[in-house]
Design a binder for this molecule. Sequence first.
Ligand SMILES: CC(=O)N[C@H]1[C@@H](OP(=O)(O)OP(=O)(O)OC[C@H]2O[C@@H](n3ccc(=O)[nH]c3=O)[C@H](O)[C@@H]2O)O[C@H](CO)[C@H](O)[C@@H]1O
Ligand SMILES: [Mn+2]
Length: 374
Amino acid sequence: MLLYPRHPRTPAVTIAGCSHAAGPPHPRTPAVTAQTPLQPRPALSPGSQVLCTWARPLLPVPAPSPVLSFCSVAVGDPDGRPVVALSRMLYPQPKALTPRRSDVLVLTPWLAPIVWEGTFSPEILDEQFRLQNVTVGLTVFAVKKYVAFLRLFLETAEQHFMVGHRVTYYVFTNRPADVPHVPLREGRRLAVLTVRSHARWQDVSMHRMEVISRFSEQRFRREVDYLVCADVDMKFRDHVGVEILSRLFGTLHPGFYRADRRAFAYERRPRSQAYIPPDEGDFYYMGALFGGSVAEVQRLASACHQATVLDKANGIEAVWHDESHLNRYLLYHKPTKVLSPEYLWDQRLLGWPSVMKKLRFVAVPKNHEEMRSP
Ligand SMILES: CC(=O)N[C@H]1[C@@H](OP(=O)(O)OP(=O)(O)OC[C@H]2O[C@@H](n3ccc(=O)[nH]c3=O)[C@H](O)[C@@H]2O)O[C@H](CO)[C@H](O)[C@@H]1O
Ligand SMILES: [Mn+2]
């Protein structure tokens, strides 16, 4: 099987003036051919609690037929991951004149896919990402009473999140003893990381950006390829797989996907670093699910954290906290994929409209006052 070289990296540019390089190519994960078994990852850093590790390759990678290998196709990955050669696969032909979905926008004006059920083949994507030996980190904060959400979050993630791929859960908490022991599938592990708590829930929420930024630099970049950052008061109820992975992704807020940009809950006070004027804006993204490559998530989290620090120095707090800063960041650093509200839904508040073919990651009912009280 042929291995094709990576695309040369093009530096990412921001639209609001400042520019940054896209970072060096991923140094750790060699591309694998279909013959190469998946390699185990290095152990977690000392001091972390490892509840489950794997010893054997994940799913068996089928050996390609020598007769058919001439018709393998090279698949270019927009994220600078190695290009891998697939072997023969059978699936319905994509038709240039027949959209798979005609009821929803499936591409942004900057040509980022908007991920809806029916627009992608999990089989093709699973094969590509498995051949790349990808490891996904899922960060989740469960501070104070929010540890109560962890069991359902983790149990349902085991059923629906990145099944068949390597996953490391990073659980940030101030109550490590209360983290439930949930049996994990092969290839998946969980690290409990102790963080301080804050009196105000807004500070707990905002400080996630600081912690994610710090851990990306110190640890995540050595252990995983992609990061997915999620709220904990949620459960998985359908497939959430590698179709979400991209250099930088955000998720449409389920309360605003039909709204005019003027109605978005952006921060509207120019004094805040999160300010967005009424005539700007693509989408209203929700703070409860975003991610990307470790390098891009680190940039995003660091920028959002710095913005909250500046706001605090200026005596202002953005209307929706980290979510406001996330929205400002994603306006000027266009995401390379956008997840539809299938990936963030609240059935109690919003029912189940027919445009949502699947509800994948959904809010768990919570008593806000009770959960946020000391
Ligand atoms: C309907 C609504 O109000 N939505 C907003 C609210 O979402 P939420 O009501 O979903 O916020 P939340 O209470 O889930 O807090 C965000 C996350 O912070 C973590 N956490 C928070 C508090 C705590 O004591 N312990 C803890 O671990 C936890 O991971 C949680 O999921 O706030 C967010 C953050 O500002 C966004 O602005 C949302 O749009
Ligand atoms: Mn939440």
